[in-house]
Design a protein around this ligand. Structure first.
Ligand SMILES: *[C@@H]1O[C@H](CO)[C@@H](O)[C@H](O)[C@H]1NC(C)=O
Ligand SMILES: *[C@@H]1O[C@H](CO)[C@@H](O)[C@H](O)[C@H]1NC(C)=O
Ligand SMILES: *[C@@H]1O[C@H](CO)[C@@H](O)[C@H](O)[C@H]1NC(C)=O
Ligand SMILES: *[C@@H]1O[C@H](CO)[C@@H](O)[C@H](O)[C@H]1NC(C)=O
Ligand SMILES: *[C@@H]1O[C@H](CO)[C@@H](O)[C@H](O)[C@H]1NC(C)=O
Length: 595
């Protein structure tokens, strides 16, 4: 064994093995209180203790000490020097400040060491910490808690059969949430707002008697009705959460929400970078580049009869070729490959009065980043053309096409909304996080530092995904009636997106790079990227500090069984029985268990 092997072995022994020993559990004493082993500690001046007697020679030193101490009504006691019995004044928690040892012998302490015991009728508040820093008493409690939660919370396939979810009905989940303060409060708010909104919507439909929306004023009217109805029931101090944004142009993104602007190309473009879906626009790249979409692959879908080169170069207003503009990062595309070929909702017979659905399509929009002749002005992104579908025979419209151009932009907005609602929102936020939140409950005990912080991230997640999910996303549900692709189409889109989804997709900076949107001179206005970067950095810094509070060394991470078991369960590649792989995240890296 060389020095390196020895140090490696020592690291393993010192960092992990002693923690595996949780000591004896509950011990019963005849005619007395039962008591539990608490832990082995170095003798400390800060512990106020009284000698009860020397029990080294009696047959059951620990039990005898317990009986003797209890007669005086103390909470705990300890033995040292192989059986010398002492009682302790004050709270059990004072021992969390004392240095732990692993060198006590036979539960009787040792030279300068205390083997501490606590009576069973005493409640102890264990500190937050990873397993290696918990004493045997707290470790026993935590192991029991994990054992119980692993049976209470099971990951099973859900009705959409994409990511797995919690095996619980709404009714069972309500009972779970009622016992948890943060989720109980969330549930209170949720169950107050949901029926209220439903009632307001019903009132509006009743009032307008199902009249079609025909003008901008019709849309204004529904928003106004909604907000005024909220104002009439919510306390005044909450009114700030319900505001008529389009009447306040000075608010952030005011120009996007000002209704008189919506037809402008500028607004259409800005919505790609500051709207509900900033995730689809990408740079078009040449054959060598790794970021964005390659022109050659996009070309297999683009119309051969439309002159893309002329339209792009004209829009750029530069002396260049399409190939050069692409190589220099000036050309962008907005498209939705998961929508390609998705059929529309079958509406025969018509289920919604007065409605005739247009066919669902998968449009492709091309943009350029146009430099200004004034070097002090930043580039402007402008739309070049919209192809009305993903097949070569689809018509292509440009800003010169008047009303047809407006219709083309609306077609993009509709596709964008369908994509954003089903993939970016439902699949990649609600459904993606559920297995994480279930695995957090299963593998991290309540005092684990990662449970402490993740429980806030998981607040309400299981409830939102359970309480009305079938009403919203099921067959004949809201999205079935709202989206042109209906339930079947929406489900097919999510299945496609789920197949391609990996853990890497949740990496914010990598996503911006992968789409080729990190060049700020080409894409100057991109609040999702720029605000996101600030938020991402703050979260990262905060979490780095938080993690370092509890994990001082890499080995603390590697030898944290709770963390490793969690990773084993959520990672698709997780192999260790019985939980490995259930969470289904592909590309979520995890080490070999405890390695
Ligand atoms: C525990 O029980 C013993 C006797 O059964 C009693 O003397 C003692 O006060 C109790 N301690 C607490 C904290 O309830
Ligand atoms: C976990 O709970 C089961 C069922 O109650 C029990 O049989 C088992 O011994 C427990 N395991 C631990 C480590 O507590
Ligand atoms: C899910 O819960 C149901 C009802 O409580 C139970 O019968 C079933 O065995 C559970 N399935 C799993 C995989 O835990
Ligand atoms: C709908 O309107 C009718 C008459 O205008 C009224 O009698 C009924 O109560 C209303 N229903 C709801 C749910 O508001
Ligand atoms: C560009 O900005 C610089 C520094 O602000 C200024 O000195 C210069 O006059 C500006 N040039 C033009 C053409 O506006």
């Amino acid at each position: 064994m060389d020095w390196i092997v020895l140090t490696k072995l020592l690291i393993i022994l010192i960092s992990y093995l002693p923690q595996g020993d949780s000591g004896p559990g509950l011990i019963d004493v005849e005619n007395g209180q039962s008591f539990q082993y608490f832990g082995c500690y170095y003798d400390s001046k800060n512990i106020k203790s009284f000698s009860i007697g020397d029990f080294t020679q009696v047959p059951d030193p620990i039990g005898s000490c317990a009986k003797a101490v209890q007669a005086d009504g103390h909470r705990m006691f300890f033995l040292k020097n192989g059986g010398h019995c002492l009682s302790v004044q004050g709270k059990v928690e004072q021992f969390f400040q004392v240095k732990k040892s692993s060198r006590c012998v036979n539960g009787l302490g040792g030279n300068g060491l205390m083997d501490v015991y606590v009576f069973s009728n005493v409640t102890v508040s264990c500190p937050v910490g990873i397993r290696r820093f918990l004493n045997p008493y707290c470790l026993r409690l935590m192991k029991k808690e994990i054992n119980d939660s692993k049976r209470a919370y099971q990951l099973v396939p859900t009705f959409l059969n994409l990511f797995p979810g919690l095996n619980a009905t709404s009714g069972q989940l309500v009972k779970i949430y009622q016992k948890e303060p943060i989720n109980a409060r969330w549930m209170g708010i949720y169950t107050a707002i949901t029926p209220r909104n439903y009632l307001i919507a019903t009132k509006f439909l009743n009032k307008t008697n199902g009249k079609e929306f025909e003008t901008v004023d019709d849309y204004k009217a529904v928003l106004k009705f909604m907000i005024e109805s909220q104002y009439s029931v919510i306390p005044k101090e909450q009114h700030k959460y319900f505001q008529l944004y389009f009447m306040q142009p000075d608010k952030p993104f005011g120009r996007l929400t000002r209704l008189c602007n919506w037809r402008e190309d500028r607004i259409f473009t800005d919505q790609r970078f500051a709207g509900i879906n900033p995730m689809s626009i990408q740079r078009i790249s040449g054959s060598k580049a790794k970021a964005g979409v390659q022109w050659s692959s996009l070309q297999t879908k683009l119309s051969d009869t439309f002159n893309w080169e002329a339209a792009t170069v004209d829009a750029l207003g530069m002396q260049t070729t399409l190939a050069e503009a692409i190589n220099r990062g000036h050309v962008f595309v907005l498209h939705y490959p998961v929508l390609d070929g998705i059929p529309s909702r079958n509406e025969t017979p018509s289920t919604v009065k007065n409605r005739k659905l247009m066919s669902a399509v998968s449009p492709i929009a091309v943009f350029v980043s146009k430099p200004s002749r004034d070097k002090n002005q930043s580039n402007k992104i402008i739309p070049v053309a919209i192809q009305m579908g993903h097949t070569k025979d689809s018509p292509v419209f440009t800003p010169k096409d008047g009303d047809q151009w407006l219709l083309a932009k609306q077609t993009v907005q509709v596709a964008d909304f369908v994509y954003a609602g089903s993939v970016e929102h439902l699949l990649k936020t609600h459904l993606l996080i559920e297995p994480i939140c279930v695995a957090v409950r299963r593998h991290f005990h309540k005092l684990h530092p990662l449970r402490q912080i993740l429980q806030f991230h998981c607040r309400g997640v299981l409830g939102t995904n359970r309480f009305f999910i079938k009403t919203l996303t099921g067959i004949h549900g809201t999205s079935d009636r709202l989206f042109g692709v209906g339930y079947n189409g929406g489900y097919a889109i999510m299945k496609r997106a789920f197949k391609d989804l990996t853990w890497d997709d949740t990496d914010f900076p990598a996503n911006i790079k992968k789409r080729g949107l990190d060049d700020k001179s080409k894409v100057p206005y991109f609040p999702y990227r720029d605000d996101g970067e600030l938020i991402h950095t703050s979260i990262k810094n905060m979490l780095n500090e938080y993690v370092k509070l509890y994990y001082k060394h890499t080995c603390h991470v590697r030898f944290d069984p709770e963390l490793q078991n969690f990773a084993n369960e959520v990672s698709f590649e997780g192999k260790f029985k019985p939980d490995g792989g259930h969470g289904m995240y592909t590309e979520l890296k995890y080490g070999n268990q405890y390695e």
